[in-house]
Structure formats: C-alpha cells, structure tokens
Ligand binder design. Structure first.
Ligand code: URA
Length: 245
C-alpha cells in the first residue's frame, strides 16, 4: 500500500502527532491489520487519497478447471471407475500459491467427492493451520481421482492412466510451491524411488515448480512421534512462501 505524502501529517495539530506515535508503535509491533485500518480511517477523515496496490492480475483458470473436472467425472480409463461413488477432483482455492498433493481418495472422500475430508484431512487442516494457512490459501488434489478398493496402493497402470489429470491441474493452477504428502505422491512427482527420509528435508522441483515432500497425515495418525519432523517440513513451506511466522 502506498500512502500519499504521509510525512506531511506532522504539519497537523498535536492530535496528528500522537496519531503518528500510535502508527510508529503499531509498526514496531508489526500489527499490520490494525495499522492499515487506522491509517485508512485518519487519512480518509483528513481528505487524503489512499493508494492501494492492485492484486496481481492472474488469468482465471475457473472455466478450464471446471471442464477438466467434468472430464474426470466421466472417466472410465481404468477399472477404479467401477467401484467409485464419484470422482474426487480438488478442494481449496484455484488461485492459491500452494498446491497440496496426496495419493488417492479414501472412504469419506469417495462419499463426499472432496479430497482429505476424513480423519487424515482433519490433521492436514491442522498442519496447514500451524503455519497460518487455511483452505482459502491452498489447492488440494490427489494423484489418483477414484478410490482404490480397501484403500490399497494404486497400481502402476492406474497411475499411468490417471496422472495426466493431475499434470493438467498443476498446469492450470501454476502454484509457486507443491507440497507432496507421503511417499507415493513424493515418488510420483519426483519420478524417483527414494524413501521418505531421503525425500523430505531437501528441496526438489516438479518440472520447474519447487516441491517439498513431507509425511502423509494418515501416516502421522499412526505414528504421531513423527509430527515434529513434519512440522519442520511445514516451516520450510512457510519460509518458501515467505509467510511471516
Ligand atoms: N489420503 C489421500 O491421499 N488423499 C485423500 O484425499 C484422502 C486420504
């Protein structure tokens, strides 16, 4: 935000000088929220124009994603379509800078048609919240769009037939950073056979998009003692997105 000529505020009465002191204190404590509102209020009262930086224009991807989602909903490329209630495309904000990628829908996801809505999804929401992110800051999808029976690992053939959809989603979202959840998503995105311990805590890229790999929340529910390591990975996500801690 640019505030026109904020220096000449000092030429006003004592009241303005004390206003300036409040601003300095708020700036010191970096309370941007109150600061911005307060500055806007006083400048408005004084008839001073406020200049606000526009949001960066970004090409809307809504129509293309809706079309891709319809295509996925009708997909019969592999046998997983026989057992599904519905396909699971994505949830979150399609303009988000962070894209989170899991493996495949489970029972609850298949029923609701949304990724990460079961217990693992609850933990994922908490993990994101621990670095100040909510659903509106992320776009969440899976490598596989239909639930494998009994939540078994997807086969190579299923991955080969389905993963093109994820590739198209990534192209449309154009995230600044990808967070891969679990060994399966990590290995798929990095085209590698590395173990989780070798993938996490290193910087990777999917095509040219930076990618961080961490534990899958379903794994963390089984092994909570690894949550500390997952939090370290999330702090790297926070740093990569230049979010304040
Ligand atoms: N596990 C995943 O990998 N994805 C989901 O959507 C739910 C559980």
């Amino acid at each position: 935000m640019l505030i026109q000529n904020s220096r000449y505020l000092m030429q006003y009465s004592d009241c303005i000088v004390s206003f300036h002191s409040i601003i300095v204190i708020l700036e010191f404590y970096q309370n941007d929220f109150i600061l911005t509102d307060l500055k806007h209020y006083y400048l408005q009262q004084m008839g001073i124009d406020i200049w606000v930086e526009r949001d960066k224009p970004r090409r809307s991807n809504t129509d293309a994603l809706a079309e891709l989602s319809r295509k996925v909903a009708g997909c019969t490329r592999c046998n997983l379509h026989c057992g599904r209630t519905q396909t699971v495309f994505a949830r979150g904000n399609s303009l988000a800078r962070l894209m989170v990628i899991g493996e495949a829908p489970g029972f609850h996801e298949d029923k609701q048609g949304l990724p990460f809505v079961g217990k693992a999804g609850g933990l994922l929401n908490n993990m994101l919240q621990s670095i100040g992110l909510t659903e509106s800051d992320v776009y969440i999808a899976n490598v596989i769009k239909c639930r494998p029976p009994e939540n078994r690992d997807p086969t190579e053939e299923e991955v080969a037939l389905c993963s093109e959809y994820l590739g198209q989603q990534i192209q449309l979202i154009q995230p600044s950073l990808i967070l891969a959840l679990g060994r399966f998503a990590g290995q798929f995105l990095l085209k590698s056979n590395l173990a989780m311990n070798q993938m996490r805590s290193k910087d990777h890229a999917y095509e040219s998009t930076p990618c961080i790999v961490t534990y899958h929340p379903a794994y963390l529910l089984r092994k909570p003692s690894d949550k500390k390591k997952a939090f370290d990975d999330l702090l790297r996500v926070q740093k990569a997105l230049c979010l304040s801690s």
